[in-house]
Design a protein around this ligand. Structure first.
Ligand code: SF4
Length: 528
């Protein structure tokens, strides 16, 4: 078995994912998502930009990326030769060398002695106590012999200092597209430091991250090395003991995972509580510790039994959600006030507004507006599209002209994004504050109105989930905001107009879905 830095990084995000990556049935994996491929390309572009901006002159191992053992040998030879900068190098260790490296890094109480980020090693006593466990992790010899550790730091940089190679040693540098030094990045930086310590016979002076804005971050190895060792030991235990972690669907985490459909089917078949909006991993842990593992049980328990750990309002909310799912019907929230109904403007003309954006470029490339004339029963869709990113200012002005022409019409939208985008565009293109103040006062956020007033039998309160439940269907199957970003990227690269057509259809359907939802909600609140 090979424990790679990538498996470890995923383990930090979801233990189950690493388990499935090693022991899962590859046929149950989803095909690679276009959005993920785009992210990978952007990550490589970022690496290239950093290499260029910092004038790194590097050498690379020559084997194909699959041939890790050849690349590991070549990397070691380059380090012995004293190459200044190695890009794409491979570090490989067997289990015995890993154990020796654990002893080596734990023997230096100051960790690396290098530059630290200022984190307080508050867990030190606990981790000190754990060292022995980590070293003597009860792997059978046979299992240990089959284990290889593999790491691919972006760069290995030569620095002064004694090592097995001579009067020089190496430090690992990882170039990441993230804006923040996430904990999984730090964990991997520590993993690379320990791998390198084993190979060069000395602990690296530091382990560095270069992030999206090309800013450097030095990982506190004193703090992260013991944490990483615990994680590695836990991960090995899970993998060797075939201890498959339970499924837990969390939209944010699972969205881009290639096991999503496999895990979702299992969660669905088990009616898993993670499919209930509001059930977070922490709340789930508590509910299951109390034996509350089904929707039925959650719906009927006496809420005072769990009030100690979960706030009364939250548990009431979860119970209403469970009732709604059990009976497959919308329920008026117990906290809903009749006065909320007055929030709905009642005008002959209405505008429905939805934006397509590319966060990587900080760009809003489509401002879609659906004009609805209730008196004459007509609809017109205005797709204000920036065919080139430089046209964003033009479509912003077109949008202002359009909403000014229908100045009495309320502007319905779904989620906070439209509010933030209007503020950003106004700042960027110097729109007078008074004009924006009036515009913002016309916005009506349907997501807010729905979540304040009703509970629906859905797995998430996204526009797609809500509109689907009330019977609206998008024309583009499988379309999503992420897919729209990929279409726009494809359009910019290939000038393929069919990508633009797909974006417009998707955005128009988003506007129509928002209208559908608004009409349904008004009707529901009036009848209830
Ligand atoms: S879909 Fe979610 S639960 Fe399943 S492996 Fe991926 S991240 Fe983990």
């Amino acid at each position: 078995m090979i424990l790679t830095d990538e498996l470890l990084l995923n383990y930090k995000r979801c233990r189950r994912r690493t388990y499935l990556d090693v022991h899962g049935n590859p046929q149950q994996r989803d095909p690679e998502k276009e959005f993920l491929l785009k992210l990978r390309r952007e990550s490589q572009t970022h690496i290239n930009n950093v290499l260029l901006a910092r004038s790194f002159v590097y050498q690379k191992p020559l084997g194909s990326w699959r041939n890790w053992s050849l690349n590991a040998r070549q990397t070691k030879i380059m380090m012995q030769q004293g190459v200044d900068c190695i890009y794409g190098g491979v570090l490989a260790l067997n289990f015995t060398d890993w154990q020796s490296a654990t002893k080596l890094v734990n023997s230096d109480p100051s960790g690396s002695g290098g530059q630290h980020s200022g984190e307080t090693p508050e867990l030190r006593p606990h981790l000190e106590a754990k060292k022995e466990t980590l070293l003597t992790h009860n792997l059978t010899e046979a299992a240990g012999n089959k284990l290889t550790f593999l790491a691919k730091p972006t760069l290995l940089i030569k620095v002064a200092g004694k090592s097995n190679f001579g009067d020089w040693s190496y430090v690992p540098v990882n170039i990441k597209l993230g804006r923040r030094p996430k904990s999984e990045y730090k964990l991997i930086a520590a993993f690379h430091a320990q791998m390198l310590a084993a190979i060069q016979g000395t602990i690296p002076a530091n382990s560095q991250l270069i992030l999206r804005r090309q800013d450097s971050y030095f990982v506190n190895l004193e703090y992260w090395l013991p944490k990483m060792q615990t994680t590695v030991a836990d991960c090995i235990a899970m993998l060797t003991e075939l201890d498959e972690p339970e499924v837990f669907i969390s939209r944010q985490r699972c969205n881009l995972c290639h096991w999503y459909n496999h895990c979702y089917d299992i969660a669905k078949s088990q009616q898993h509580l993670s499919l209930i909006p509001g059930v977070t991993p922490k709340r789930y842990e508590y509910l299951s510790s109390q034996g509350i593992e089904t929707v039925e049980y959650l719906a009927k328990i006496n809420s005072s039994l769990v009030n100690e750990a979960i706030d009364e309002d939250i548990i009431n909310q979860l119970q209403q959600q469970a009732h709604s799912i059990l009976h497959d019907r919308a329920i008026l929230k117990s906290t809903h006030k009749l006065a909320n109904r007055l929030e709905f403007p009642n005008n002959a003309l209405e505008l429905y507004f939805d934006i397509e954006a590319e966060p990587e470029l900080n760009l809003d490339y489509l401002l879609g507006v659906l004009l609805v004339d209730r008196q004459n029963n007509t609809e017109v869709f205005y797709p204000l599209l920036a065919e080139k990113p430089e046209d964003e200012g033009i479509i912003w002005q077109q949008f202002l002209n359009l909403v000014t022409r229908y100045s009495d019409a309320p502007i319905f939208h779904f989620s906070e994004y439209e509010v933030d985008a209007i503020k950003r565009l106004a700042r960027l293109y110097g729109t007078p504050k008074t004009e924006i103040k009036i515009l913002l006062s016309r916005l009506v956020d349907l997501h807010h109105l729905v979540t304040e007033s009703i509970v629906l039998p859905v797995e998430s309160y996204s526009l797609k989930s809500l509109a689907n439940w009330i019977g609206f269907e998008w024309r583009e199957q499988g379309a999503s905001g992420e897919q729209s970003v990929c279409w726009y990227d494809r359009w910019l690269k290939t000038s393929d107009r069919s990508s633009l057509t797909s974006i417009l259809r998707y955005n128009e359907d988003d506007c129509r879905a928002t209208r559908y939802l608004k009409d349904w909600l008004v009707n529901f609140l009036e009848l209830d």
